[in-house]
Design a binder for this molecule. Structure first.
Ligand code: HEM
Length: 451
């Protein structure tokens, strides 16, 4: 049986989705149950599942040819390059996954906490007091700096300054709808044509110029690092330079460049948005905020902080689905998914399943503590699942805990409007419509002991 869906043209489905993704997805779920299909303009049908059991079945495809890489390639390859973990499948994916995983494990990154705190404090000091500010913008500045210093390992002041401007521009222009909708062949021709490259207003030209400058800086950095002894360096690039694949081969310069941009693309805005939603939720749940502040200020435990971050990522997942391109006919709850279609756990609705999260609208970190924790953990998938589970999840969680803590120690925050912020689509993420707007006042001046 074909998965149920709507008969309206794909353009209407796409517009409805972009206008209010939550309303469309929840409406489809109410009408059709745990399996339903949508068609987005220019894409094959996407079949969504909303239960953990069906999600496991989709994630299970990773072992046998559910190609997550191929379907991301169209959006992401121009920015991240063709050696990116995001866009690879099969053996090349396995090779890169093996190299990228160890430097991003919890133990490998634990020592980053102090420098993340330092970066967060410097940015918190820049937040203007007494007037509305978009917290998401400040969180983006912090997570970009973490990427530059702890992942890319850039220490040169001039390079840092230039990349602080160029990298957000690369993400912005590279992720623009115009560029993403331009067929690959045309894009390539525009990039290689001297005439097109002289037309600076063209999105393809702006993108190629930014990318070329970023690449020149990154290749220079990689060359410098290869030629100097690593010494005490513990940043992710230092570890990738040391890494060897199964054949004993290191990553090439181009592969290193692509994976650095991959971590930026996948880990910079996502983590900032996760933080923005955490503030958005905390400011509308004063009881939770008070309990969290108490734990942070007594400094005795991190249990509630960890649970708060988990609950924020549950109730407002940054990424709402985790699609796979299906190779063979697939049965999902009695519905047949054809080869060439997408199948996707619908994270946003799985996180609202009352069987795992009673009263799903409530923002209650307590559901990740004590006896409830096991039931909650089972359906928690903000970082996807299967073998393509987010490789940077531990870094994201560490950043969120540290940045949240340092911010709350220093600032009192108040939402400008008590109504919850709606979610809007930005690229493939769901962000708070007003970017977590709040008014900050100084809570207490915390002096940082010298390093
Ligand atoms: C709150 C922040 C983050 C969220 C919500 C998030 C979420 C996700 C999700 C849902 C996926 C897809 C998993 C799947 O298809 O099953 C993913 C993949 C990925 N993420 Fe993250 N991520 C975050 C932060 C990061 C960070 C900090 C990094 C890097 C340092 C990173 C690097 C990646 C990469 C490289 C992949 C592709 C993995 C593969 O295909 O093998 N992410 N992430």
């Amino acid at each position: 049986m074909r998965p149920p869906g709507t008969r309206v043209p794909s353009i209407v489905q796409t517009v409805r989705f972009l206008r209010d993704p939550g309303r469309l997805l929840e409406g489809m779920h109410r009408r059709h149950g745990p399996v339903f299909a949508l068609r987005f303009l220019g894409f094959p049908p996407e079949v969504f599942v909303t239960t953990i059991e069906l999600a496991e079945k989709v994630y299970g495809l990773d072992a046998s040819g559910g190609r997550a890489g191929e379907l991301r390639r169209r959006f992401l390859e121009p920015v991240v390059g063709k050696n990116s973990l995001l866009c690879l499948d099969h053996d090349p994916w396995q090779r890169h996954r093996k190299v990228l995983t160890p430097p991003l494990r919890a133990r490998a990154i634990a020592s980053y906490a102090d420098e993340i705190a330092e970066i967060a404090i410097a940015e918190v000091d820049r937040i203007p007091l007494g007037r509305p500010v978009a917290l998401r913008d400040h969180m983006q500045a912090v997570t970009l700096e973490v990427m530059l210093r702890l992942v890319f390992g850039i220490r040169d002041g001039a390079h840092l300054e230039r990349l602080r401007v160029l990298l957000p521009a690369l993400m912005e222009v590279g992720g623009s709808n115009v560029l993403m909708m331009t067929p690959e062949g045309i894009r390539r021709r525009l990039e290689t044509s001297r005439i097109a490259r002289s037309l600076r207003f063209l999105p393809s030209t702006r993108f190629a110029n930014v990318r070329d400058e970023v690449d020149a800086l990154l290749f220079a950095e990689i060359e410098r690092r290869r030629s100097e002894p690593a010494g005490e360096a513990t940043d992710v690039l230092a570890r990738l330079l040391d890494a060897r694949d199964e054949a004993g081969e290191p990553l090439s310069d181009q592969e290193l460049r692509d994976e650095l941009i991959t971590m930026l693309e996948a880990g910079h805005e996502t983590t900032a948005t996760g933080l923005a939603w955490t503030f958005e939720r905390l400011l509308r749940n004063p009881g939770v905020l008070a309990r969290l502040r108490e734990e942070i200020e007594t400094g005795e435990s991190q249990e509630y902080l960890e649970a708060t971050v988990k609950e924020a990522l549950r109730s407002r997942p940054v990424i709402w689905d985790a699609p796979r391109l299906v190779d063979e006919p697939l049965d999902l709850g009695g519905h047949r998914v054809e080869p060439g279609w997408f199948a996707a756990p619908l994270i946003a609705l799985i996180h609202r399943d009352p069987a795992h999260y009673p009263d799903p609208d409530a923002f209650r970190p307590e559901r990740f503590l004590g006896e409830e924790a096991a039931r909650s953990a089972k359906a928690w998938m903000p970082f996807g699942g299967g073998r393509r589970y987010c490789v940077g999840a531990q870094l994201a969680l560490l950043e969120m805990r540290v940045i949240l803590r340092e911010t709350l120690l220093r600032l009192d925050l108040e939402a400008v409007e008590q109504a919850p912020e709606r979610a809007r689509m930005k690229h493939v993420t769901l962000v708070p419509a007003r970017n977590a707007t709040a008014v900050a006042t100084l809570r207490k001046r915390v002096t940082v002991p010298p390093a």
